[in-house]
Design a protein around this ligand. Structure first.
Ligand code: SAH
Length: 262
C-alpha cells in the first residue's frame, strides 16, 4: 500500500530512481558519520542513503509515511532511526549531542527556507547539507551579487557555506507533479564559519537592507541610527544586491565600530 499524497504536507513523491540516487550521492564529505533525512515519505532517497557508510536518521511528520517506513524497516531489517515529528520543532542538540551530521532531503517546499535557517543556526554541527528545493529557492540560495534573486537567503547562507547548484529536476518525475521545477543544491561548510562581527547585527543589517531592495543603504539602514560620518562612506551609496557577502560582513564591522551608534 502506498502513502496517499497530502497537499498540506508538501508531499510530492519522487518516482525516478536515478534522480533519487543522484541526490543521495550528492553528499560527498567524510567529515561526519551521521545523516539526517528530512521528510523521507516512502523512503525513495532513504534506500540510497542506507548504502552509504553512515548512520541514517529520518524525521517525518506524516503518520501514514511513518507506518510505511516502520513496516519496511521490519521486513527488510533496515538499520535506520525513524523519528516521527516536525523537523522545525525537533531539538537537534538532543538528537546529536556532540556529533557532526549532514542534512539531506527532497524537502517539503512549504518550509524550505525555514529548513535552511535552522541549518544555519546549527551550523557548528552540520558540515554538509544537500537536497531538493523548488528551483527558484535553490537559485536564490546559490546566486551571487548582481543577480535578481540574490537576497537575504543568499547572503546568510553563503556567509557560512559554499553553495553549488547541482541540477534541475522537472515536475514530471514526481507524484503528484508540483507546479514548478525543482533544483538540487549542496552546501559545504566553510573552513572558517565564524563571523568577525556580532551575528545578530549581521542578520539585522542584511535583512534591513534587503527589506528595501531598491534603496541605497544610506536610506534603507536609517533605523540603525548610524553616525553622519559613517553614512558618508561610499558603500552607503550602493543597493543591497550590489554587495558581496564579504562586503556585507565588512559593512557590519563598520557599523559595529561606529562610535555614535545607539
Ligand atoms: N522524500 C520523499 C518525500 C518528499 S515530499 C520523496 O522524495 O518521495 C516531502 C516530505 O516531507 C513528505 O513526506 C512530508 O510528509 C514531509 N514533511 C512535511 N513537513 C515536514 C516537517 N515539518 N518535518 C518533517 N517532515 C515533513
Amino acid at each position: 500500500m502506498n502513502v496517499r499524497a497530502k497537499k498540506h504536507l508538501g508531499q510530492h513523491f519522487l518516482k525516478d530512481e536515478e534522480i533519487a540516487k543522484n541526490i543521495a550521492d550528492s553528499l560527498i564529505s567524510d567529515t561526519y558519520n551521521e545523516v539526517l533525512e528530512i521528510g523521507p515519505g516512502m523512503g525513495v532517497l532513504t534506500k540510497y542513503l542506507l548504502k552509504k557508510d553512515k548512520k541514517v536518521h529520518v524525521i517525518e511528520i506524516d503518520r501514514e509515511s511513518i507506518e510505511y517506513l516502520e513496516t519496511a524497516k521490519k521486513v527488510q531489517n533496515l538499520k535506520i532511526n525513524i523519528i516521527q515529528g516536525d523537523f522545525l520543532k525537533i531539538d537537534l542538540k538532543t538528537l546529536f549531542p556532540n556529533q557532526q551530521f549532514a542534512i539531506i532531503g527532497n524537502f517539503p517546499y512549504n518550509i524550505s527556507t525555514q529548513i535552511v535557517f535552522k541549518t544555519l543556526e546549527n551550523r557548528h554541527q552540520i558540515p554538509e547539507f544537500s537536497g531538493m528545493f523548488q528551483k527558484e529557492v535553490a537559485q536564490r540560495i546559490a546566486e551571487k551579487e548582481g543577480s535578481k534573486v540574490y537576497g537575504i537567503l543568499s547572503v546568510l547562507t553563503q556567509a557560512f557555506y559554499d553553495v553549488e547548484y547541482l541540477f534541475t529536476v522537472p515536475p514530471t518525475v514526481f507524484n503528484p507533479p508540483p507546479k514548478v521545477e525543482s533544483g538540487v543544491i549542496r552546501l559545504t561548510r566553510k573552513k572558517d564559519f565564524s563571523l568577525p562581527v556580532d551575528e545578530k547585527l549581521f542578520y539585522r543589517v542584511v535583512k534591513t537592507a534587503f527589506n528595501q531592495r531598491r534603496k541605497m543603504l544610506r536610506g534603507s539602514l536609517k533605523s540603525l541610527k548610524l553616525s553622519d560620518k559613517l553614512r558618508e562612506d561610499p558603500i552607503f551609496a550602493l543597493r543591497p544586491e550590489q554587495l558581496s557577502v564579504n562586503s556585507f560582513i565588512e559593512l557590519t564591522v563598520k557599523i559595529e565600530q561606529d562610535g555614535n551608534r545607539n
